[in-house]
Design a protein around this ligand. Structure first.
Ligand code: ZN
Ligand code: ZN
Length: 418
């Protein structure tokens, strides 16, 4: 079990005297009090770094806090540990015969779920376990017409990566305002493969991380594979996909190309041809120390073994209205996908501009192998995207699937469309 100190609860007898010490003498900032009516208690939170102190004041004489103070005097009442999976934590404790106050989670403040461990089991301390309300975004498939094509921003669930790595040389004080990191310094992202439907068939561009990660890896990246659900939202299954096109072969983009669902590694879209840039394949199958963690052979080698890959050599029209252009930068052969129909253009920009926070020219990921190449391509691309009003699909943005990049009074921003 992984646990983080959330707060220490302190039972007080006289709140004015307690505030005179914690607020006035120590000079700590005390938040506005919150009444927990069911417990007949008023809580005053005092943030202290990643954790907090919680002054607990009884609001009725039959409150548990009043009884505690009457019996033992004021003092530390409980310690709260934050866990990611409360059900798993309780199961683990039950299996070891640990005495619990709550054998099942109960609702706590702010949508959290909590359970108390009996003090007799915890060496005289009342320990509360708390699973905060999920802060992950609710993702859904979002559809828009582009001329004769239908474009659907699918999703393979939320995803988290290190905030520093996502913003490269941008100082944390700047990026944390836009995307606050969690207590493991990760920021909330999403994976949004794009479904293109046209008279020549259905193509999925990238396909998320898939379902092959073990529990530990899923925890590291906060994965909750969802592509099948997203396809079902638009009435489709994996077998409806005719082509799967890769922007590059990183696990968060093409891990979903293969699956263990049939018991052994196999192509996930059983009817599909997989379209991969030959030089990217070459790089992915010859990794070095700097990119080895992102290229997982089980994501793409089984495709070649099943003889379902069609390689393309350079920038070309893959299908009518679907054109790939190499950006380099992120990986040597990273490519983006232009979709053109009815005089309109949409672009799936993959890791060139992973989120709307990355529309500033210099906001470039630390993951990029060749950041200056990213910068050169990106500057020209964004200037053109603004001038020509290209609709941009952001693959990793947790809230905005697609929008127009705008510039006004020297400020650049994204006008959300999907
Ligand atoms: Zn990538
Ligand atoms: Zn990525």
């Amino acid at each position: 079990m992984k646990a983080v100190l959330d707060h220490v609860g302190i039972a007080v007898e006289d709140i004015d005297q307690a505030l005179a010490f914690y607020r006035d003498a120590l000079g700590l900032e005390v938040e506005a009090p919150e009444d927990v009516v069911s417990q007949r208690v008023r809580a005053h939170f005092i943030p202290a770094g990643q954790a907090a102190l919680e002054l607990l004041e009884a609001t009725a004489s039959d409150s548990a806090i009043a009884r505690y103070v009457a019996k033992r005097g004021p003092g530390i009442h409980h310690v709260t540990l934050r866990v990611e999976d409360l059900d798993a934590a309780l199961a683990q404790l039950k299996a070891r015969g640990i005495r619990l106050v709550d054998t099942e989670p109960r609702p706590g403040a702010e949508g959290a779920r909590v359970a108390f461990i009996h003090p007799s089991a915890a060496h005289g301390v009342l320990v509360e376990l708390k699973q905060p309300a999920s802060t992950g975004p609710t993702l859904s498939a979002k559809r828009i017409a582009l001329g004769d094509m239908q474009l659907t921003a699918l999703h393979d669930g939320p995803f988290r990566l290190d905030g520093g790595a996502m913003f490269g040389v941008v100082p944390r004080v700047l990026w944390e305002k836009k995307t606050p990191p969690d207590d493991r310094n990760r920021i909330q992202l999403a994976m949004r493969p794009l479904l293109v439907e046209a008279d020549w068939g259905r193509m999925i561009v990238d396909c998320g991380a898939g379902d092959k990660m073990n529990a530990k890896e899923r925890d590291i990246y906060a994965l909750d594979p969802a592509l099948d659900r997203a396809l079902a939202e638009v009435g489709l299954g994996a077998d409806a996909v005719d082509f799967a096109l890769a922007t590059h072969l990183h696990f968060d983009h093409f891990g979903g190309a293969t699956s263990l669902a049939s018991g052994s590694l196999a192509p996930r879209f059983r009817r599909a041809r997989y379209l991969i840039r030959a030089a990217e394949w070459e790089d992915a199958t010859h990794p070095h120390e700097r990119n080895r963690a992102s290229y997982l052979p089980q994501d793409f080698v089984p495709l070649r073994d099943a003889d379902v890959v069609t390689f393309h050599e350079g920038d070309e029209v893959i299908k009518p209205g679907v054109r790939v252009v190499r950006t380099g930068g992120h990986t040597g052969q990273h490519q983006i996908v232009f979709l053109e129909s009815g005089g309109k253009t949409a672009v799936f920009v993959a890791d060139l501009i992973p989120t709307t926070a990355h529309v500033q020219d210099a906001w470039i990921m630390g993951y990029d192998l060749f950041p200056v190449e990213t910068l050169m391509f990106k500057k020209q691309f964004i200037a053109e995207a603004i001038a020509r009003q290209h609709l941009i699909f952001f693959e990793h943005d947790p809230h905005v699937a697609a929008g127009y990049i705008r510039e006004q009074d020297g400020k650049r921003f994204v006008e959300q469309v999907l």
